[in-house]
Design a protein. Structure first.
Length: 148
């Protein structure tokens, strides 16, 4: 859990640096990381991009209600939209939750109204614009009675 926690914070940390931080032999650490990858507990090492520096200043979540008979064509159209980041089928008030990123509110408006709203079978949408984000440690990174 400590290895996962540290790699989640900074996947670019070197094995020697991480071994010092965790007070663990580097060769043991390297083999444990390799085993975590082999067992698919670590799916990939990635980069977090500062999207604001790229001009992406607006993030939003859109709840969508759809015609159940048109699930696949709606899904296919949504994934074609470049601003769509994630797409989840959910229970509750909406059928689909879509996370979007755009440069401006105007661009977001155009995507929701002109692209998503005009997909055949989309019955209605509700948009939630992100005002502020607070990131927190993943559950496995926090010491609990389960991770002693």
């Amino acid at each position: 859990m400590r290895i996962l926690s540290e790699l989640t914070k900074d996947a670019s940390i070197s094995v020697p640096q991480l071994s010092k931080k965790l007070n663990m032999n580097a060769s043991v650490l390297y083999s444990r990381i390799k085993r975590l990858v082999k067992r698919n507990l670590i799916e990939k090492f990635t980069v977090v991009v500062n999207e604001e520096m790229l001009g992406i200043g607006v993030k939003a979540t859109v709840g969508i209600n759809r015609d159940p008979k048109l699930k696949e064509p709606i899904h296919s159209e949504l994934v074609k939209i470049p601003q769509v980041r994630t797409l989840s089928e959910v229970t509750g008030r909406f059928d689909i939750i879509v996370n979007l990123s755009s440069r401006t509110l105007e661009e977001l408006h155009n995507v929701v109204i002109e692209r998503i709203g005009k997909i055949e079978g989309v019955q209605n949408t509700e948009t939630f614009v992100e005002m502020q984000r607070t990131e927190k440690e993943p559950m496995y990174a926090v010491k609990t009675s389960l991770t002693r």
